[in-house]
Write a protein that binds this ligand. Structure first.
Ligand code: NAD
Length: 495
């Protein structure tokens, strides 16, 4: 783990103006325009990024296509790709402190979480796909004797990667690593409010020996650079994580351009269901509080709807309130803070809008509901719990993506299932029970990509992550994710 000394040495490092990363080198944007990088820790600008445009996206895609056609990566032996990607994982580990602090300055995640979830997790992901790629075989089809049916697995070409600001390095790596391992060339569009770590990743990749043009990064506003990538005629696939509305746009861009395939990891409104026979109510309350409030609730799988069985409701809520008030919100670069800053002033305003609406609609505020630490100039919000939430309220239906929990009661298992499945989302969920049969029935009954049992959150690279319903489609992580970046080609050979 990083030390407070190391953090304090790095927290004021000069970053300056960061360009795009195209064709293996830093490059200024075509227009020279920049966007300030404002830290949510104190509301101050500490760097700038290039405000890229469609011409910059075109330069990056052209560079990626040229590299792909050249074949020094796409047709290289998997063992070579493995070697370069393994070196990249090692370089990330070597720079882990620098990357962790840089990311926290950019998006405000508490350093304890960011350290593991960002650079260390990205290194692990890159190493995992590096290790996997020389174990992927083609197939021989069970045909008649007079023909040979061979099934080749080939890279797709140019992959566009668009990621959100909550964990840009981790989520970026979930897409970049399998795409590169499979032999594709990549153009990354980082989130405009947290681009710095992905730019640094591209530099480290070049240092690791990735050929020029194989990994490009174009910063800028989503509506400009993201749209240009989505509409580009020479991009074969878009791998996206972000909000539902932007996901819909990407499907539209695909339809209006070259029918590129689109994979969408979108939002959630994940139910966390506590039965009266939960093995340890106190422990369930502590984990549930962390499951919604860590990273200020800016976690796609956050357990934002808590369903508690009536017979233990009062006891559980008491434990939950205690666990919540123990969480210390503060400077994300202070190791004693449990929760850091909300990613931006705009996101904080949005969260407070949800709070106001929940109050108007009749939910009861149990704790929080306000901006705190205003004297810092940063964006901080108290962990917020509402009870008496009903299914028709905004808080029960829409994703806040902030530290706001809505609580409901239920009596029977059927009622819990009905409430759990009553949103348009289906990303994550959890069930707390000592009864094995209840647990398995709930795993089957809940419409979600992930069902936790007697825990919340936590997973590793070996298992897929993704949603059903309007939480999107396609899976990040695990060997299954490789399939998104490989094309099947049949060779039908008369013998
Ligand atoms: P967002 O959709 O606003 O932005 C995501 C990315 O899309 C950013 O890089 C942004 O610049 C880009 N973008 C914006 N407009 C675009 C456009 N018109 N065309 C193309 N690209 C565009 O989401 P956000 O606010 O950055 O992130 C929060 C959302 O991400 C939440 O809904 C959250 O649930 C979701 N998320 C999902 C997962 C998951 O694995 N399912 C993980 C993390 C976050």
């Amino acid at each position: 783990m990083i030390s407070q000394n190391a953090i304090d040495t790095l927290r004021n490092t000069e970053i300056g103006a960061r360009g795009l990363f195209i064709d293996g080198a830093q490059s200024p944007g075509t227009t020279g325009a920049t966007l300030p990088v404002i830290s949510p820790i104190d509301g101050r600008a500490f760097a700038s990024i290039a405000d890229g445009n469609a011409a910059d996206v075109d330069r990056a895609v052209t560079s990626a296509r040229k590299a792909f056609d050249k074949g020094s990566w796409s047709r290289a032996a998997p063992a070579f790709r493995k070697k370069v990607l393994t070196r990249l994982a090692e370089l990330i580990e070597k720079h882990v402190d620098e990357l962790a602090v840089l990311g926290v300055r950019d998006n405000g995640t508490e350093i304890g979480m960011a350290y593991k979830a960002e650079p260390l997790s990205a290194a692990g992901t890159i190493r995992y796909y590096a290790e996997a790629i020389d174990k992927v075989y083609g197939e021989i089809a069970p045909t008649a004797e007079n023909v040979l049916g061979l099934i080749h697995k080939e890279p797709l070409g140019v992959v566009g990667v668009i990621v959100p600001w909550n964990f840009p390095l981790m989520i970026g790596a979930w897409k970049i690593a399998p795409a590169l391992a499979a032999g594709n060339c990549v153009v990354v569009k980082p989130p405009e409010i947290a681009s710095l770590t992905l730019l640094r990743l591209a530099e480290l990749a070049a240092e690791a020996g990735l050929p020029a043009g194989v990994l490009n990064v174009v910063t800028g506003r989503g509506a400009v650079t993201g749209e240009a990538l989505g509409l580009h005629m020479d991009v074969d696939t878009i791998a996206f994580t972000g909000s539902g509305p932007v996901g819909r746009r990407l499907l539209d861009y695909s339809a209006r351009s070259n029918l590129k395939r689109v994979f969408l990891e979108l939002g959630g409104k994940s139910p966390n269901i506590v039965f009266a026979d939960a093995p340890d109510l106190k422990q369930a309350a502590v984990v549930s509080a962390n499951g919604i409030f860590r990273n200020s609730g800016q976690v796609c799988v956050a357990g934002s709807r808590l369903l508690v069985q009536s017979s233990v409701y009062d006891r559980f809520m008491d434990e939950l309130l205690q666990a919540t008030t123990r969480l210390k919100v503060g400077d994300p670069l202070d190791l004693t803070s449990d929760i850091g800053a909300v990613s931006s002033a705009e996101q904080l305003d949005k969260n407070l809008g949800f709070v106001a609406k929940a109050g108007q609609e009749g939910a009861r505020l149990v704790t929080g509901g306000e901006r705190i630490l205003t004297e810092t100039g940063g964006s901080y919000m108290a962990p917020t719990i509402f009870e008496n939430v009903t299914q028709d309220m905004q808080l029960a239906r829409e994703e806040v993506f902030g530290p706001v929990l809505g609580v409901m009661r239920f009596d029977t298992e059927e009622e819990a299932v009905r409430l759990a499945n009553s949103t348009v989302y289906g990303l994550a969920s959890a069930v707390w029970t000592s009864n094995l049969s209840t647990a398995h029935r709930m795993v089957r009954a809940i419409h979600a990509g992930v069902v936790h049992v007697n825990t919340y959150g936590g997973a590793d690279i070996t298992v897929p992550l993704g949603g059903v319903k309007q939480s999107g489609f396609g899976r990040d992580k695990s060997l299954h994710a490789l399939e998104k970046y490989l094309e099947l080609k049949t060779a039908w050979i008369a013998l």
